[in-house]
Design a protein around this ligand. Structure first.
Ligand SMILES: [Zn+2]
Length: 373
């Protein structure tokens, strides 16, 4: 899983006499039906090496061979984009498979090139799940259906549950207070760790599970900024199996995401109706995309439509025309026009928002865009 900590670790590496190869490659099977990404990689490689002195080129030979083998052998693991950061002499190899499109780039430098990875992380919705009771806490991070358990915290010096019998009520009260004090300390520890995570990992939302009283106590102590990100709480046993945590969290996060998507769609349509920096419908979107005016592309996940694409300038259109109105280049027919549009948006540094389900957007043609100007 791609995490901020990992990317920050890479960006903290300082340069020495050795080189890093950083590769970003669009491997989406839809826009690369014949595995064309290997050709794209080789073309980029040739171009990059032509601009480098021979000595530097030689020093990254091992990295480049390893990367080429990786691209050839990993077809099955590919999602939409892949990134590799490699420095053989420094013993560093990292590969990331991502479900968002990436812009093709190959950089050879004395430090890793991580800017696109940071941009990808900004696009992921990251959700934290905290399971907490009065002695233990478990922290999970979820992004795009993948989950990782990060830590398990326990505060072992909590006195055991109160014994039965032999206690005067006064003593019992005091004993309960004693437990209460320890529980508070434990929850304070947990909150401190959460705070750390929120700072380091840019978490978008938090779900808290556990017994009612532990949830209430945690929410009491949580800093306001984090408390605002709590999207749901649920009753749970602390040792709940990981797969159940994931299932529960995806269900809750799915609801929250749906709401967010619905808000985006209604904002888009309202603005488009008022002609206020937004458009809906494929034709208008493609025109604005071509003009570089799009800020965020919004489209339905299952939107499929064919069209044509200019082989010379990448102009996209739903019309079936033979020559490009911009450069008079030759147009080819494409079956998945939306994937090409999304790829183009990413290459121009625009954001994309994929909407899982929306009748409102479907009625508006399934696609729209917020404009830059
Ligand atoms: Zn053209």
């Amino acid at each position: 899983m791609l995490t901020y900590s990992e990317v920050k670790e890479l960006s903290a590496i300082s340069g020495d006499e050795n080189y890093f190869v950083s590769l970003y490659l669009n491997v989406n099977p839809v826009t690369n039906p014949k595995g064309d990404y290997l050709i794209h990689f080789k073309n980029m490689l040739k171009q990059t090496l032509d601009n480098l002195d021979k000595k530097t080129g030689k020093s990254v030979k091992e990295d480049l061979e390893r990367i080429e083998a990786f691209i050839k052998d990993n077809k099955r693991g590919f999602k939409k984009g892949v990134s590799v950061i490699s420095s053989a002499p420094r013993g560093i190899w990292k590969d990331f498979h991502v479900s968002l499109p990436v812009k093709n780039e190959l950089v050879i430098d004395s430090t890793p090139y991580v800017k696109p990875l940071l941009a990808l992380l900004d696009n992921y919705q990251r959700c934290m799940v905290l399971l907490v009771d009065k002695e233990t806490a478990r922290v999970f991070i979820i992004q795009l259906g993948e989950m990782q358990e990060y830590i398990e915290l326990s505060t072992p010096d909590i006195p055991g549950k109160h014994k039965k019998g032999g206690w005067f009520s006064l003593q019992q009260k005091r004993f309960e207070r004693h437990i209460d004090y320890h529980v508070s300390l434990h929850i304070r520890d947990v909150v401190k760790v959460l705070d750390d995570f929120f700072q380091k990992e840019a978490i978008n939302s938090l779900i808290i599970g556990g017994p009612e009283e532990a949830i209430v106590k945690t929410k009491d102590i949580l800093p306001k900024a984090i408390c605002k990100k709590v999207i749901a709480t649920f009753h749970a046993e602390i040792m709940m199996p990981e797969k159940d945590v994931l299932e529960k969290a995806l269900e809750i996060a799915g609801e929250a995401e749906k709401k967010k998507e619905a808000d985006t769609v209604s904002e888009l349509i309202t603005k488009a109706m008022k002609k206020d920096m937004a458009v809906i419908g494929l034709e208008d979107v493609l025109d604005n995309l071509q003009a570089g005016k799009v800020m965020m592309l919004v489209f339905l996940k299952d939107l499929r439509t064919g069209g044509s694409r200019c082989l010379n300038c990448d102009f996209l259109t739903v019309k079936s025309v033979k020559t490009c109105p911009y450069c008079e280049g030759e147009l080819e027919e494409v079956r998945f026009l939306i994937d090409f549009a999304a790829q183009k948006a990413v290459e121009q540094g625009m954001q994309i928002e994929v909407i899982t389900e929306s009748d409102e957007l479907a009625r508006a043609g399934g696609i729209g865009a917020f404009l830059r100007y």
